[in-house]
Design a protein around this ligand. Structure first.
Ligand SMILES: [Zn+2]
Length: 328
């Protein structure tokens, strides 16, 4: 570990027997950062002013969330040219001097997100600067979900559908139970297989119907089998959707993983578009919603107050249809 990294390390987590829980350590990190880093403290304090509006759509619901402090992320710079020209804000060398981390299994830095959507919002950035991709990192994604435990849900945005740093591998985590889809999956029946079990070592890859967008569910007690089932599904998706970066790039998708102490649950949201057409309109018709994993899970961040006030069920249903991709 470099001296600089040591100076920023609030705690290390190696997953040893008897170690404090990772979730507890991360809550401690948030407390430390709120008191030692005034701008971050203000960002979290400002969340008490967040406004919510629940909208019942056809067969599902969403929660709109208005927090003016997030506007900068919705219009984040993500084109390849722009990304090349800015210093990477997830590389340890470029982090704000106040930012502390939990060093996770010597591989990731767990950071408090300085632009939170919810009152505990973690960014989990790889120590090395390499591109955002899930296919080769599903095992560690599930490991993080298990280490954080049932109180958290771990999130992934594909490089072309919501990641604010497409050039640096990172995840997010937030407390579980806040996203409408978590409840909606629990109460639902009638899942249909998307990939034959014979191709996924008996781990079912299921479609959850009736949620207004394509939702894929993979549940298992065994992370390696689950990761391999995901890869079989993702390969089929790549063939069906032709990733915008061409063959070889992962298909556009968002993912969310949770662990209840025994079983992992992975939700996958395949995508056809990063942003709805309305995002690119001029003037009053412009809708500043940029769907990433939280939006696909039912928490829709509206940085503009007029969108928070005017979006209705029909607009949400249409938005999901536009950005979601159904395969097969
Ligand atoms: Zn980086």
């Amino acid at each position: 570990m470099t001296r600089k990294l040591r100076d920023r390390t609030y705690a290390t987590f190696e997953g040893g027997e008897g170690d404090p829980s990772l979730g507890g350590v991360c809550k401690g990190l948030l407390s430390e950062q709120r008191s030692s880093w005034p701008e971050l403290g203000q960002a979290y304090d400002s969340l008490v002013a967040t406004r919510y509006r629940d909208i019942a759509c056809n067969g599902f619901s969403v929660r709109l969330l208005f927090n003016p402090g997030r506007a900068v992320n919705t219009t984040a710079v993500v084109s390849p040219e722009e990304v090349r020209e800015r210093p990477c804000f997830l590389c340890a060398a470029n982090l704000p001097v106040e930012q502390k981390c939990v060093l996770y299994r010597r591989e990731f830095l767990i950071l408090v997100n300085p632009r939170p959507v919810v009152p505990l919002h973690l960014t989990i950035a790889h120590l090395d600067h390499h591109p955002q991709a899930i296919t080769g990192h599903m095992e560690i994604f599930l490991r993080i979900a298990a280490d954080l435990g049932p109180g958290f849900i771990t999130l992934y945005n594909g490089p072309r559908c919501g990641a604010s740093a497409p050039d640096h591998l990172h995840f997010q985590a937030v407390p579980s139970g806040q996203m409408p889809i978590e409840r909606e999956i629990d109460g639902r029946k009638g899942f249909t297989p998307v990939v034959p079990r014979t191709r996924t070592a008996d781990v079912p890859v299921l479609r959850v119907a009736g949620l207004g967008r394509e939702v894929i569910l993979i549940e298992a007690d065994d992370a390696p089998s689950m990761a391999s089932a995901f890869r079989v599904y993702a390969r089929g998706l790549a063939e069906a959707s032709v990733p915008p970066g061409g063959p070889g790039e992962e298909p556009m998708l968002n993912a969310a993983a949770s662990f209840d102490g025994k079983t992992w649950r992975l939700l996958v949201f395949p995508r056809r578009a990063h942003r709805p057409e309305a995002f690119y309109r001029n003037g009053d018709g412009r809708v500043l919603v940029s769907p990433a994993v939280m939006e696909m899970a039912g928490i829709i961040v509206t940085p503009a107050e007029r969108d928070f006030d005017r979006l209705d069920a029909a607009a949400i249903e249409s938005l999901y249809r536009e950005v979601s991709f159904t395969h097969g």
